[in-house]
Write a new protein. Structure first.
Length: 244
């Protein structure tokens, strides 16, 4: 009789243990992350001040800056196996409006990403798709209706002699791609914030000196040689400040 009781108790214990295992919720590791890009605009490393502060470039031109707008699109991550993951984003960033300088990209695949790149502008396919929606809407005033394409970068200001500066840079040949090494950062976590510094002084030097006394103060076509000059200078315009 005692043996029978022991056997019954043992069976009840095993059944209870099985039920406990069934009721235990296994929480899987997150497979996606939220990637946030924060952009700080500067001039020669100092925080950008619109309208009031005077700036000097390498050619010794003195000017104020009233407006800086640009597209940041196609954030692409690359892992150790050289597999690329394009987030297919199209964001219009205004130095004037801080809310547009934080780009939040959700549902990003988690991986130990080694490289990040993005376009300052709009890729060739979307650049010639015609009028679109969201930040690519013509209502944003960054679309050349007469030329079927987008203005990638807009810079406005005024020289010390009173002449206005209006630089609208666009066209497939003037599309800027920037790449950043992420190998020293931990990217394989649930939330990642990358803070970038974008220095507007880089538009006017390295490798080519832009001189408003010689070069155009107004650019409104993709074929103007000054547009290519600015494009060449902008390839190292942004740098990573921190990754958290």
């Amino acid at each position: 009789m005692r043996k029978i009781i022991i056997i019954i108790f043992t069976c009840q214990f095993l059944l209870s243990a099985c039920d406990d295992k069934k009721n235990t919720q296994i929480i899987p590791e997150p497979s996606t992350t939220t990637l946030t890009l924060k952009i700080n605009y500067t001039y020669k490393g100092q925080a950008l001040e619109l309208n009031d502060k005077s700036y000097v470039n390498k050619a010794l031109d003195t000017f104020t800056i009233s407006n800086f707008v640009h597209y940041l699109s196609n954030v692409t991550l690359t892992n150790a196996q050289n597999e690329k993951y394009n987030l297919a984003n199209y964001n219009l960033c205004y130095a004037e409006y801080p809310s547009t300088n934080t780009i939040t990209l959700q549902g990003v695949k988690m991986d130990n990403w080694k490289n990040m790149s993005f376009l300052v502008g709009v890729d060739t396919i979307r650049n010639h798709t015609g009028a679109q929606t969201g930040d690519l809407s013509p209502s944003k005033s960054m679309y050349w209706n007469w030329n079927t394409g987008y203005i990638f970068v807009r810079f406005k200001g005024k020289l010390s002699n009173g002449n206005n500066i209006g630089l609208d840079v666009g066209g497939d040949d003037n599309l800027v791609s920037q790449s950043f090494d992420l190998s020293k950062y931990n990217m394989n976590k649930s939330n990642v914030t990358i803070t970038l510094e974008m220095d507007l002084n880089e538009m006017f030097e390295n490798p080519q000196t832009y001189d408003f006394k010689v070069d155009a103060t107004s650019i409104h076509t993709s074929t103007q040689p000054e547009a290519a000059k600015i494009k060449a200078n902008m390839v190292d315009m942004a740098k990573i400040v921190s990754v958290q």
